[in-house]
Design a protein around this ligand. Structure first.
Ligand code: UDP
Ligand code: MG
Length: 354
């Protein structure tokens, strides 16, 4: 009986659930039909109401035609066609902008992210998590790419002030509240998984094995991957600038004892590795000046970098904070009630008090 009630409750919850699935697509003509079949199959046995939003990121070849056919085949499948290739992250952003579900899933079109995992993600969302992100347990890609990813995620983690989870990509489920924050962020060089972590809220990872591509080649060329990595690191930390300042400071400070040493060496004129300062005229002066000024220069560049870093941070115009819930506030400020806990306090005019 209890099981029956639970099942009924689950059904009722599913009924009201509106899910958007955002799929960025770039030249995936060999994959996209199979992907759509597996995605739709995932939901056939459930009562989940869903929409699929394909974002055609300026594909060449047959991809566009196939996508139009798929979008025509069902009322809940939609298509956004971008005017050219804007890149994966922007395609995802466009999909989020157009989504209207209470929860939104972002998934790759190449079947590396198994659509079946979405159901487990929804379960976790029901347990109160606002973001459920996929964590790749095992990558089935070549060793070079695996090593590059491995070091990138660890570097990003050590550089960034925001705890961006290791080995998590864009495959994720997000609550409407989180999506609304992402879509209002004005930054152009977007690193969606970083922004997602930045938003906060209750987040959880779900492990899955990342399959090989169903067909076709990765659309991330080495240069695109490098750009994504630098967006990740530079958008989320000013550690590289701090490194310049630190090296500059180190050189500047160490130039003073080095200068003292060089002067003593010149005066006592002893041999180091078979040479003495008097061998070359002007050596000491040049060495001292070089050390001192390269330290000063690097330090100055670092300090200027610190200012630029702050200008950069400000110019991104991310919201200063995000409120998850509000309680006890009326819709309009005019209806604000001030008073004791047990009721409203009457505010008397001075005339009445007298
Ligand atoms: N993609 C895109 N625009 C691009 C590159 C990729 O929309 O400029 C899509 C691609 O079709 C796929 C997803 O983004 O659905 C991930 O790309 P890919 O599989 O090539 O990346 P990888 O898995 O190799 O990191
Ligand atoms: Mg892929």
């Amino acid at each position: 009986m209890i099981i029956l009630i639970e099942k009924l409750q689950e059904k009722m919850m599913n009924k009201n659930l509106l899910l958007s699935v955002v799929v960025p697509v770039y030249n995936e003509e060999e994959v996209i039909e199979e992907f759509n079949r597996r995605l739709v199959n995932t939901f056939t046995k459930t009562d989940i109401k869903y929409e699929v939003i394909y974002v055609n990121d300026g594909s060449n070849g047959r991809t566009g035609k196939i996508l139009r056919k798929i979008a025509d085949s069902a009322k809940n499948i939609r298509l956004i066609e971008l005017s050219r290739n804007f890149g994966h992250q922007i395609a995802v952003t466009a999909g989020l902008d157009y989504s209207s579900g209470e929860i939104v899933v972002v998934i790759d079109a190449d079947l590396q992210d198994p659509p079946e995992i979405i159901l487990q993600m929804i379960d976790l969302w029901r347990n109160g998590y606002k973001v459920v992100y996929g964590v790749r347990k095992k990558r089935k890609e070549n060793i070079f790419k695996r090593m590059a990813y491995f070091s990138f995620y660890r570097l990003l983690r050590s550089f960034s002030k925001i705890p961006i989870p290791l080995d998590s990509g864009d495959f994720s489920l997000m609550d409407r509240q989180v999506v609304n924050i992402l879509v209002t962020m004005p930054e152009r060089n977007r690193f969606v998984r970083g922004l997602r972590s930045w938003a906060g809220f209750k987040q959880i990872g779900i492990e899955y094995e990342r399959d090989e591509r169903f067909a076709g080649k990765s659309k991330y060329s080495l240069s695109k991957l490098f750009l994504l990595a630098s967006d990740g690191i530079i958008n989320f930390s000013i550690t590289p600038v701090n490194m310049i300042s630190n090296i500059g400071l180190f050189l500047f400070v160490s130039s003073i004892p080095a200068a003292i040493f060089l002067i003593i060496w010149r005066i006592s004129n002893f041999k180091i590795l078979g040479h003495m300062p008097s061998d070359v005229q002007g050596f000491t002066t040049l060495a001292v000046l070089l050390l001192f000024f390269s330290g000063v220069q690097l330090l100055s560049v670092g300090i200027i970098g610190q200012y630029i870093g702050r200008i950069y941070d400000e110019s991104k115009q991310r919201p200063k904070y995000i409120v998850e819930n509000e309680m006890g506030f009326p819709k309009s400020k005019n209806d604000l009630v001030f008073g004791k806990q047990s009721g409203t306090q009457e505010i008397k005019t001075p005339g009445e008090i007298l």
